[in-house]
Design a protein around this ligand. Sequence first.
Ligand code: FES
Length: 119
Amino acid sequence: MDRVVTMDLRQHNTVLVGHDRFFVFRADNQLQLVRDSCPHRGGPLSLARLTPDGRRLSCPWHGTRVGVAALRRTAVPMVRSGDQATVVLSAVAADAPVSVIRRRILANLPPERQCDTTA
Ligand code: FES
């Protein structure tokens, strides 16, 4: 089932679809929705920095560099109208919760927990 999501770009940059998280990525004057998960251990690529050459994102957790071109190949294009952006998500279960959140909530997520297995 297709789901249409519209967000105010002044307040939101993230879409939650069930347990999957996506963020708005801007490159070459285009907006795309990209899965917010580093291929290493699932870190938040939405908090990554672009490398100086603009070709990779450096994950904030362990520094893995993810190619922007690879991200864009799997991204979903968004349509912008002023401060509003719309995206059509395909193959989303009819009962899957879909929501948009503020960027600052994502930035407050705790780092991955360390497990003490020596006890
Ligand atoms: S989770 Fe991204 S570098 Fe480890």
